[in-house]
Design a protein around this ligand. Sequence first.
Ligand SMILES: [Zn+2]
Length: 211
Amino acid sequence: MLFRKDPCGIICVLLTYSMLLHCLYVVLFVLILPLLNESLFGTLNALIICTLIFLSILSHARAAYSDPGFVSLPKKGLDFSDVNTNASTNNLLKPNEEGWTVCNRCDTYRPARSHHCRLDHHCPFLCIESCLFGIFVITVFVDQIQSIINDRSLIDALKLDESSRTSQRTLPPKRVLFQNIFGSGPMILWLFPCDLKSSNKITDSQDTYNV
Ligand SMILES: [Zn+2]
């Protein structure tokens, strides 16, 4: 087991575990228990999500705390001082006594039997993972847009009974719905995170409630 006291890494690990546990909490206590409390389907879903979260944490922990293996430096000092002075590329590939060479693509010392990998960051598994992450981001984006247009999130819709879920509602125009989320400024500033308007200005907007 390997543990490095790197503050950034420790924060990332804690964030990862807290996100997974938050996901477990939301699925169990917000979705399954209130909605599917007494059904076999709910029990099955709870078992599946618990198993997936457990396997995720276990896989992450095994990957994070395993020794990745380090290439130990040769006992004798590396001396390739004549590499850059000699124009012949054959000398670049000539190994020293312990088999070390200098890579002629990235000028890095490399141990015996290693070679420059042009597929770095482009292996099939990383490509599949990138595609899956892209699909995840698109799904979240579409879900958010759908929630804004319907003025109701998917979870809110699931919490309603069948009749009120399918009943027709009179919704304001889509532009008004988007303005409720992004602010009433010009559309070009909708994604700008700072409010340019004076915050202490009293308005009689319908979004202001008396408490
Ligand atoms: Zn290289």
